[in-house]
Design a protein around this ligand. Structure first.
Ligand SMILES: Nc1ncnc2c1ncn2[C@@H]1O[C@H](COP(=O)(O)OP(=O)(O)OP(=O)(O)O)[C@@H](O)[C@H]1O
Length: 256
């Protein structure tokens, strides 16, 4: 399945949050969405997930307007991992992951749902935690359970908002590698990241948002240039091999 945004714009409280965003997420790719704080990444992802209506423009799923689709059908096609989620008090880790199966409640058997949840918990290394209260988890463990909930949907499109922000380097690598495997199996993945080294390593394409506009899109090598770091983030970088390390501020006045 292909997810497209067709020149999306959104203004809230006189703020132009998104401006003419035309983007597509293709099967087999991990599309990284990067950009400074407040650039509009989460807002864009929420619109792409059908959780927020754009002011103008459309979101198309294989050519069909996402907002005309029955919510359960949309939920089977698109899995969304939010940047933050309230603690699921009173629910076990397995229960939280099972929430990912809600869009399938009329179309899948209990055994299919159970298998999907088991596979998702295993993929994020949380099988041993299945019976634990989700409220008792560490921040990184909670993030992995939320990812398991999204994986349990088994949707052709996965939209993940900062899925590795709370993870240690080994867990972050594991999750990004998992996204790569999902893409190889044909899923279309869009992921918001602040870790540009991980974006460079694992994303097949990167789109850069700044002040609600896409200012650059392409392969990591094409996009993550020194000029981009200076223009968009206002930082100078030093190169350690292939990795660009933010080193000093160049112009705080240019930052959003
Ligand atoms: N309901 C709203 N009304 C007005 N402004 C809003 C609203 N929701 C979000 N914004 C603003 O829109 C901008 C984009 O927010 P968004 O969360 O999409 O940014 P982001 O790129 O994901 O940032 P971050 O990297 O900090 O998570 C921010 O300046 C935010 O304050």
């Amino acid at each position: 399945m292909i997810l497209q945004t067709d020149t999306i714009s959104l203004t809230l409280q006189s703020n132009r949050l998104l401006d003419d965003i035309a983007l597509e997420v293709l099967p087999g790719e991990v599309l990284g969405l990067i950009g400074p704080n407040g650039a509009g990444k989460s807002t864009l992802l929420r619109i792409m997930a059908g959780l927020l209506r754009p002011e103008t423009g459309r979101v198309l799923l294989d050519g069909q307007d996402l907002f005309t689709m029955p919510p359960e059908e949309r939920g089977r096609h698109l899995a969304y991992l939010p940047q933050e989620a309230p603690a699921a008090v009173g629910m076990s880790v397995r229960d939280v992951a099972m929430l990912g199966r809600l869009p399938h409640r009329r179309t899948s058997s209990a055994a299919q749902n159970e298998t999907a949840v088991q596979q998702a918990l295993e993929a994020v290394g949380m099988t041993a935690f299945a019976d634990r209260s989700s409220a008792s988890l560490s921040g990184g463990e909670r993030a992995r359970v939320l990812l398991a909930r999204a994986l349990a949907v088994q949707a052709p499109i996965l939209l993940a908002d900062e899925p590795v922000a709370a993870l240690d380097p080994a867990q972050a690598l594991t999750v990004m590698d998992l996204f790569g495997q999902c893409a190889v199996q044909g899923q279309a993945i869009a992921v918001v990241l602040h870790d540009l080294a991980l974006a460079a390593r694992f994303c097949t394409r990167i789109a850069v948002l700044s002040r609600g506009r896409i200012v650059s899109i392409g392969t990591p090598a094409d996009v993550l240039t020194d000029a981009l770091f200076a223009e968009v983030y206002g930082v100078a970088v030093r190169r350690c091999g292939e990795v660009a390390v933010p080193w000093s501020l160049v112009s705080s006045a240019r930052r959003p």
